[in-house]
Write a protein that binds this ligand. Structure first.
Ligand SMILES: [Zn+2]
Length: 113
């Protein structure tokens, strides 16, 4: 990974973190408990609960990704950043751009599951 690519990735991670923080804030507002007597309009209470369940799931995933991105940011200046923890080959730049929090290359990541 070149210095330039590292700088690019850092900017991208920082932008992703900001986006996620905003998304999490919005979801936290949406996932507040539904009071039994609040006017739900056209949504039935059951639908509202279903939507809330989905939001909780997205919220959990967003929080997990935020943690991973923050970890990535703390590792970015380390020489092992961008190196697969299993095979120690460089993780492709294409993958790092999509998922800068990756710690494994595509081949090793597909072995993990
Ligand atoms: Zn690997």
């Amino acid at each position: 990974m070149t210095k330039q690519q590292r700088v690019q990735l850092r900017q991208q991670i920082e932008a992703d973190i900001r986006n996620l923080e905003e998304q999490i804030e919005t979801l936290e507002r949406k996932t507040k408990p539904i009071s039994p007597d609040c006017g739900l309009g056209r949504l039935t209470r059951l639908e509202a609960m279903g939507e809330s369940h989905v939001n909780h799931k997205v919220l959990d995933e967003s929080r997990l990704r935020l943690t991973r991105l923050r970890n990535a940011l703390s590792r970015i200046d380390h020489e092992m950043f961008g190196i697969c923890i299993d095979c120690e080959e460089e993780i492709g730049m294409g993958r790092m751009k999509i998922r800068p929090e990756s710690v494994r290359c595509v081949a090793c990541a597909s072995n993990v599951i």
